[in-house]
Design a protein around this ligand. Structure first.
Ligand code: PMP
Length: 335
């Protein structure tokens, strides 16, 4: 799908997978003028093909595009195009639980101009890739390294955009977290109080018993926590939790999007009130966290070595919707 400032969007084309030809001077290659989306197609028990809340991916794509001075796309037409492409390649989605087709719509500036400017030529292409089950041998909790030195995003920055430039700086701290601290992922923080933001490709949730002992609070940082990415899984978890309003045993469940300082997490953990920690994202849906390394401490999560009951309930509810085991408006059948 090509756009230029004079002719606007041209008719989309489906081409065999292969290398792209772009000018070595294209400004995506020099200034990171690139953004993308990550979504999945699922096969249901009837052989149908489904997308999960694709409208939200397209809204986020336009938000990222706008931040980079790219043109806007027509969201409904983009969903139609992606659906057509996915249906053509639906044979790639293996049958069976946990299999899916990862869909990566990507927008790049193809404008051959070495000056830093709004692009006058843009290309959107879609990469499809079959993926196997994330948890083949049961849930695998991860350890997070809460990084107090490097920043991923900050207030007024562009962390809300799904732009390649936001990910490039995370590779080096990620390697260090693995090698020196034995942690698979980084928990990004910001501000002097070490406010929690998100993980490199996931949003983060904490289930904390309230100090007065009356019920529990599910906390996730607000979107303006240093400009984090609004995950579609995050939004879905928040909406489900607000609908449920209580844990399975009837304990009242309060849902908060509010600033959460690491000090509060440490305190809750010391007082035995930290119940569950999990990440949310398209890849794993729900990713249980077993421990967080923070300023020389190791905060252990009690549900750690497996998955907490609430995290598991979200995982079950979301995968039931994604695989069409229950009918729900979030699951859009395209074939
Ligand atoms: N934060 C970041 C930085 C991400 O890259 C992702 C993955 N897209 C998420 C959060 C989770 O978003 P989603 O639930 O839409 O996959």
């Amino acid at each position: 799908l090509d756009w230029d400032s004079e002719g606007g969007w041209q008719a989309p084309r489906i081409l065999p997978y292969g290398d792209l030809r772009i000018s070595p001077a294209a400004s995506s290659l020099h200034y990171g003028l690139q953004c993308y989306e990550g979504m999945k197609a699922y096969r249901d028990a009837d052989g149908g093909v489904r997308l999960f809340r694709p409208d939200l991916n397209m809204i986020r794509l336009n938000r990222s595009m706008d931040r980079l001075c790219f043109p806007q796309v027509d969201e409904a037409s983009m969903i139609e195009l992606i659906s057509k492409l996915v249906v053509e390649d639906a044979d790639w989605i293996p049958e069976g639980d946990g299999y899916s087709l990862y869909i990566r719509p990507t927008a790049i500036s193809t404008h051959p101009y070495l000056g830093l400017a709004a692009p006058e030529k843009v290309k959107i292409y879609v990469v499809l890739s079959p993926v196997g089950p994330y948890y083949k041998e049961g849930f695998k909790p991860v350890k997070l390294y809460a990084d107090t030195e490097q920043r991923r995003a900050w207030p007024g920055g562009m962390g809300f955009a799904k732009a390649g430039g936001n990910y490039a700086p995370t590779v080096k701290p990620g390697l260090k977290a693995k090698k020196e601290h034995g942690c698979a992922q980084i928990l990004w923080l910001f501000g002097e109080e070490d406010y929690v933001q998100e993980v490199s490709a996931m949003n983060i949730f904490f289930l904390i018993k309230k100090e007065d002992g009356e019920g529990v609070e599910l906390v996730t940082p607000p979107l303006d926590a240093g400009d984090i990415l609004e995950g579609i899984t995050r939004r879905s978890v928040l909406e489900l939790a607000r609908e449920w309003r209580e844990l399975e045993g009837g304990v009242p469940l309060e849902v908060s999007e509010r600033p959460l300082a690491m000090g509060e997490v440490v305190k809750a953990s010391r007082e035995g009130r930290l119940l569950e920690v999990f990440g949310t994202g398209t890849a794993a849906v729900i990713s249980p966290v077993e421990a967080i390394k923070y300023r020389g401490m190791e905060i252990e999560v009690p549900s750690g070595t497996s998955i907490g009951p609430l995290a598991k309930r979200f995982w079950g509810a979301l995968t039931d919707i994604q695989y069409g085991r229950v009918e729900h408006p979030w699951s859009v059948r395209i074939a």
